[in-house]
Design a protein around this ligand. Structure first.
Ligand code: PLP
Length: 295
């Protein structure tokens, strides 16, 4: 099967006792029209998604991605996905895809068609961009105000912070703003000066020899890559910690990374115009370990 590859999915309820989902999957021509105009995913960005990486035929971190999809569905009051159906959809896609190189596999659950009874869902696989240079050389980062104080997710759950919704227009606008400021990427801050995450990545810093990431409260995503990186570091005997990170601490970090499923770990080389220390050797080791995962 050639790329891109697209599979339409008829979502089944989470409590379905089915074990075979073959008749709920329909492979389609990726260039063919597939969504109706009244789709709420396109009309309102009202849906959720995940993007996982497939490396040399191995889908990465399937269970954490499915768990996060389920968590996003709960936050958004969407019908809870059936984990077995999504596992089967990913397995079917992977069985049809080229078994070499790095692929990005995006799966989407939308509220469906306006006035329609059912959610819509699909999976779309493409070859990943070539991130070798950025993994080797890192990114310049500016910090940007996310516009909310710490604790907002608990006070205002309707903001859907902590859900991976399709409404990424703000995230993309922040990346454009970073580029306007001469940087490659950005780290969001709360209005009271705490580190959150990047628009498409989690933040890890090394501070006093400990690897720290902001606690995945309701306001940021719990990154699947960040969890893999922590597992790798712990296996090397390193200390890891989830806690609040202030902007001052980020500025003084021994090293900092942005980590995400497809780009993997990239060093932050500059923060708001000031160079910060880079651990190129560790970054290479982390990426080698991430690329060697078979699950
Ligand atoms: N935070 C945000 C807002 C993201 O969009 C992403 C990934 O796209 C991440 C964090 C990193 O998550 P993961 O490592 O699971 O890709």
């Amino acid at each position: 099967m050639t790329l891109p590859f697209t599979l339409l999915i008829d979502p089944v309820p989470a409590d379905s006792t089915r074990t075979n989902f073959d008749d709920t999957f329909h492979a389609i021509d990726s260039n063919a029209p597939a969504l109706r105009v009244a789709e709420l995913s396109t009309q309102r960005g009202d849906g959720i998604f995940e993007t996982l990486s497939v490396v040399n035929g191995h889908p990465q971190e399937v269970e954490p991605h499915i768990s996060r999809l389920i968590n996003s569905a709960r936050i958004c009051d969407l019908p809870v996905p059936h984990p077995g159906q999504w596992r089967a959809a990913i397995a079917l896609a992977v069985s049809q895809l080229p078994a070499d190189g790095e692929l990005a596999l995006k799966f989407v659950l939308s509220r469906g068609v306006e006035a329609g009874p059912a959610p819509t869902a699909w999976l779309h696989a493409t070859r990943a961009s070539n991130f070798e240079a950025v993994r080797e050389h890192g990114v310049k980062v500016v910090t940007l105000d996310r516009g909310y104080p710490r604790g907002v997710a608990e006070r205002a759950p309707w903001l859907l912070m902590g859900a991976k919704t399709l409404s990424y227009a703000i995230n993309m606008a922040a990346l454009r703003e970073a580029k306007r400021r001469g940087a490659d990427d950005t780290i969001f801050l709360t209005t009271d000066g705490y580190v959150m995450e990047g628009p498409t990545s989690s933040v890890i810093i090394r501070s006093g020899g400990v690897y720290v990431t902001p606690a995945p409260s309701g306001a940021i995503l719990h990154g699947t890559t960040q969890q893999s990186v922590f597992e790798y570091l712990e296996a090397q005997g390193e200390r890891t910690e989830y806690r609040d990170v202030t902007l001052a601490e980020l500025r003084e970090a021994d090293a900092a990374w942005l980590v995400s499923s497809v780009r993997l770990a990239v060093s932050v080389t500059e923060l708001d115009g000031t160079p910060i220390p880079v651990d190129a050797e560790l970054t290479r080791a982390i990426n080698a370990a991430l690329l060697a995962r078979t699950a």
